[in-house]
Design a binder for this molecule. Structure first.
Ligand code: NAD
Ligand code: MN
Length: 490
């Protein structure tokens, strides 16, 4: 039987049509303005300044948050310092109880948190509902379990907390990054001053409310909002003993320089340019799903995104054909719609960065492919994009785009795949698709990446450490390893 071959565009026309399935927002209460969470209370900022946070899918203002200045940050660090004594002396099982309580409250308020996360940041509701919020709760559960077992975690050592942790996080997984930072810090007996990203502060404000609901001792967690300036005040405050930063490599380097000689502990989780490597013996349909998940999940705003597809030459043609068909079935639009695959780009600035990088790819000679899809009239959007004809020297193959843009390169031998995969200043993650277990192990041994996924991508578990090599940073979050940066081992 002859099967007529359809072009991706033809298949797109025949894709399923979905009726709108918007998540309800009437149960959400976002305050018109927020203050700073310091010493267990919401405090008016000394700065008297506030700035708006918008919904990037509609450009509507959702709320206004405080811009913490030097005095505000000092208040927060002093509150955390005051709370450190009692918190660190609390019996470990009591500390665990608070963490369990927080995780249960996150679960109870999961729907509300997911909707707010999606409205403030633009990510599809199915991702915030099924990934961000459940993983944030799981992180608190996991570290609650460690709180009273530190002596077993590090046998024959005397694990002691450090003091006040200053933590700065990005906008791509706001509540999840908060959980990655706060859960291990508290479990180890430290107190916290955290600064969320300026475009996505609202789930952190809800988290402040969860801390109050959990009756967490005042000052144990403090949340100060603001932009880069506020972040630099947090990390440079002399009362901070440990700095944890997740964000761009550029800012990470700045922070590392500024902390040199201060004696502060530092961990950095920075950018990435991961290779997703598909061998000719891989199950192609599964690989296509993994490629899509690797680069289009969360609009590609993922530090470990599989932004470089390395495909073995012999299967490049059929694989790319399948991938193009799959791209044409992705649904872009209202992030609150439960069927949406690709939501809004987080901010205007990020959209401009993506547009600039894509323009450079075209200019340097790469061939662009975008499926037909209609972009909404308002908000910030970018079509899922892939580039073929990419040379390793192109900016789109070297620099992090942090958007839904895939660069495709080919290889012939496993050795060439390793060489190309490692040919990057980054080293956060990698993916390998093959039928052979021995090849997975062979590749994993040679890849300079903190995580190597085999026949899957973007898979996370609180018990599994995550972190980078080279310019992707240092230190690990998650797992037993994630406790180490928050402890002194005698
Ligand atoms: P960014 O570095 O500009 O901002 C990250 C955070 O740092 C924000 O809260 C920001 O306000 C703050 N900040 C900015 N300047 C600062 C300074 N001088 N001192 C202290 N804090 C400062 O990055 P971004 O554009 O908001 O985030 C995207 C980047 O983050 C990407 O490069 C991505 O790879 C990286 N990222 C890494 C991970 C990881 O786990 N490795 C996770 C998420 C994002
Ligand atoms: Mn916002």
């Amino acid at each position: 039987m002859a099967i007529a071959k359809k072009t991706p565009a033809e298949i797109a026309i025949h894709r399923f049509e979905y009726a709108p399935a918007p998540e309800a927002t009437d149960h959400i209460k976002v305050e018109p303005r927020y203050s700073l969470f310091i010493g267990g209370r919401m405090l008016e900022p000394h700065s008297k300044k506030r700035f708006p946070t918008i919904n990037p899918a509609t450009e509507e203002q959702l709320s206004e948050v405080a811009e913490a200045d030097e005095v505000d940050v000092d208040h927060a660090v002093v509150a955390a310092d005051k709370a450190f004594g009692p918190w660190s002396r609390l019996s470990p099982s009591r500390r665990a109880r608070y963490l369990f309580r927080i995780s249960r409250l996150i679960q109870e308020r999961a729907r509300e948190l997911a909707v707010v996360e999606t409205m403030d940041g633009g990510k599809p509701i199915k991702e915030s509902r099924d990934v961000d919020i459940p993983l944030a709760a799981a992180h608190f559960f996991y570290y609650a379990g460690w709180a009273d077992k530190l002596d077993w975690a590090f046998p024959n050592r005397k694990p002691r907390p450090l003091g006040v942790a200053g933590q700065v996080i990005p906008w791509n997984f706001p509540l999840l990054m908060l959980a990655w930072k706060i859960a291990p810090a508290l479990a180890a007996g430290n107190t916290v001053v955290l600064k969320p990203a300026e475009t996505t502060p609202l789930s952190a404000m809800l988290f402040a409310d969860i801390c109050r609901q959990a009756e967490l001792p005042p000052g144990t967690v403090n949340i100060v909002t603001g932009a880069g300036k506020t972040g630099s005040l947090v990390v440079s405050h002399p009362g901070v003993r440990k700095v944890a930063f997740t964000g761009s490599t550029e800012v990470g380097k700045l922070i590392q320089r500024s902390l040199a000689g201060s004696g502060k502990r530092l961990t950095l989780e920075l950018g990435g340019k991961a290779a997703n490597i598909v061998f000719e013996d891989a199950p192609l349909d599964a690989a296509v799903e993994g490629i899509v998940n690797g680069i289009y999940f969360n609009q590609g705003h993922v530090c470990c995104a599989g932004s470089r597809l390395l495909v073995q030459e012999s299967i490049a043609e059929p694989l790319l054909e399948k991938l193009k068909v799959r791209l044409s079935t992705l649904r872009l639009g209202d992030p609150l719609d439960k069927n949406t695959d690709i939501g809004a780009i987080n901010s205007k600035a990020q959209l401009e960065k993506i547009e600039g990088m894509v323009a450079s790819g075209i200019e340097e000679g790469a061939e662009i492919y975008q499926p037909e899809c209609k972009l909404p009239d308002r908000g910030y959007w970018f079509k899922p994009t892939l580039f073929t004809n990419v040379s390793q020297s192109y900016r789109i193959a070297r620099e992090e785009i942090f958007g839904p843009v895939l660069s495709v390169l080919t290889f012939r031998t496993p050795a060439e795949a390793v060489e190309k995969a490692n040919n990057t200043p980054y080293g956060l993650s990698a993916g390998v698709w093959t039928d052979k277990g021995s090849r997975i192990l062979w590749m994993a041994e040679r890849m300079r990446a903190g995580v190597v996924w085999a026949n899957t991508f973007n898979r996370f578990d609180p018990s599994s450490p995550f972190g980078g090599y080279k310019e992707s940073g240092f230190g690990r979050e998650g797992g037993l390893h994630g406790l180490l940066p928050y402890l002194e081992l005698n």
